[in-house]
Design a protein around this ligand. Structure first.
Ligand code: IPE
Ligand code: IPE
Ligand code: MG
Length: 249
């Protein structure tokens, strides 16, 4: 992780009104590389650094949970060379960063269907989850082979099995039970979602969990998303009036 990142002097951040859980759709790596005449994989490499810095910054601000979208169920449709590169990059990063995550008291958790991932990557993922499971400074959820619709189908199947086995009845199913069967069962819903590179869509990310999340979209491409820009997102969040459907006027 890089040097300490403290809110800039010009910052209007209210440290008592920060989101507890920030989710991020890290988009624009390919465009960042293309603008520089580099291969797309360079954008992914740089994007990994951005994530590392963002994790550090969240920790410094005592934001409790960071959830990052790293690979969607739809991203398998990309060229094989890019997919292979990303899988190798994830594995290398885990090998390289585990010690520091342990030292920094990061609790890493992967959300998504890990079973189709390369076995050596799965091994690193389980190892890092196991080694950091008691850390409490920051919860770091990384969505890999994650798709919200797939997550919901999986939850429905698990609940239906319980009904079939007579463990619960259909009328026991409520919002809480569904939330408990999602990958995110141990996290509160995100307060703030950031999407870089200007796209105004969710791309199958946390459809259930984002029901009342504040959304911030920036044109900045993910590899260029730095702590000043993160502060701008946080300041924008602090100006929002979160009504949850309840308040009027
Ligand atoms: C996000 O950047 C990273 C992943 C989806 C893995 P992209 O690779 O989608 O970059 P753009 O959107 O093509 O610029
Ligand atoms: C969303 O970005 C997925 C990740 C950031 C991992 P995409 O680049 O895959 O999304 P679309 O294709 O623009 O919707
Ligand atoms: Mg993209």
């Amino acid at each position: 992780m890089t040097a300490q990142l403290i809110p800039t002097l010009s910052s209007n951040l209210n440290l008592n009104k920060l989101p507890q859980h920030v989710a991020v759709i890290m988009d624009g790596n390919g465009r960042w590389a293309k603008q520089r005449g580099l291969p797309r994989i360079e954008g992914h490499r740089r994007g990994a650094n951005t994530l590392k810095e963002m994790l550090r910054y969240c920790k410094d601000l005592k934001i409790k949970t960071l959830t990052a979208y790293a690979f969607s169920t739809e991203n398998w449709g990309r060229p094989t060379a890019e997919v292979d590169f990303l899988m190798t990059l994830f594995e290398r990063l885990l090998q390289k960063e585990l010690k520091e995550m342990e030292a920094e008291r990061v609790c890493i958790n992967f959300i998504g269907d890990l079973s189709p991932l390369p076995p050596s990557l799965q091994q690193e993922m389980h190892r890092s989850m196991e080694r950091t499971k008691n850390n409490r400074d920051i919860y770091f959820n990384v969505a890999i082979n994650y798709g919200s619709r797939h997550e919901m189908v999986k939850a429905c199947r698990k609940i239906a099995e319980k009904v079939q086995q007579g463990k619960i009845s259909a009328t026991d199913i409520d919002e809480n039970m569904i939330a408990q069967h999602l990958y995110t069962s141990s996290s509160p819903d995100p307060d703030l979602l950031i999407r870089t590179s200007g796209e105004m869509r969710l791309s199958n990310f946390l459809l259930w969990q984002l029901a009342y999340t504040e959304i911030y979209v920036t044109d900045t491409l993910w590899p260029d998303f730095n702590h000043e820009q993160f502060e701008q997102a946080l300041e924008s969040f602090q100006q929002r009036d979160r009504r949850f459907g309840k308040k009027v006027g």
